[in-house]
Design a protein around this ligand. Structure first.
Ligand SMILES: [Zn+2]
Length: 221
């Protein structure tokens, strides 16, 4: 037999039974494995076929039941689920990804670091936060240091509302953003609307007025 023999080895909740004799397109061996569930949720034996590299890199730890357990147990399997940091992670993702979030389209250009931005991204987010920012202080929320950049390592901090407002006021405007603001102003330029625009674009109210009254960015639009 060429290559490593993984027979009998265990990876997470999986035990390798035998070489299936099938090969993946990358010529890796495909192993017939058995999963009987997790200690919390055992199930009848299921056979799964997994590539050598996916086993060795720890990418596949179960037939899928373990991931499901993490998802559906509403946090009982996710450490830190009731923490303030979890709230931050959820609201960060909700803002950027939830089409039901009322200001979604204005957040469409805001990105999140891919490792944090999926259903199981919280542990990676938490690890980064604890190491670099420390626990979330009461009264502070997650904020981007540079608002033109995504939520990503090096660009997040805990900030209170005043700090966030200061940050907003220094947001760099781009032509594209100003164009979008002007379009919005054309639809509705009441004070209420201008305040709303200021909030969703993260631009100071005075700046919105400057744009509206043609004191700045005259060349755009
Ligand atoms: Zn399973």
């Amino acid at each position: 037999m060429r290559g490593k023999d993984l027979t009998g080895k265990t990876y997470g909740f999986i035990t390798v039974i035998r070489d299936s004799l099938q090969r993946a397109t990358n010529r890796q061996k495909i192993w017939e494995c058995s999963c009987k569930g997790t200690p919390k949720n055992p199930h009848q034996e299921k056979l799964v076929y997994i590539r050598t590299d996916n086993l060795e890199r720890g990418l596949t730890k179960s037939c899928g039941c373990y991931k499901k357990e993490l998802h559906t147990k509403h946090g009982h399997g996710v450490p830190g689920k009731n923490s303030l940091e979890y709230g931050s992670w959820k609201s960060m993702r909700g803002r950027c990804n939830n089409p039901n979030f009322s200001h979604h389209k204005y957040w469409a250009d805001v990105d999140i670091y891919p490792e944090w931005d999926h259903a199981e991204g919280f542990p990676a987010f938490l690890e980064y936060v604890m190491e670099h920012l420390g626990p979330r202080p009461k009264g502070k929320t997650i904020d981007r240091i540079d608002r033109t950049k995504p939520y990503e390592p090096g660009n997040i901090r805990w900030a209170n509302p005043a700090e966030q407002a200061r940050n907003r006021s220094t947001t760099k405007l781009t032509e594209i953003k100003v164009q979008a603001i002007k379009n919005r102003l054309q639809d509705d330029a009441t004070v209420h609307s201008r305040k709303h625009i200021s909030r969703v674009y993260g631009v100071h109210f005075n700046t919105i007025n400057d744009i509206f009254f043609g004191r700045t960015w005259k060349d755009v639009g």
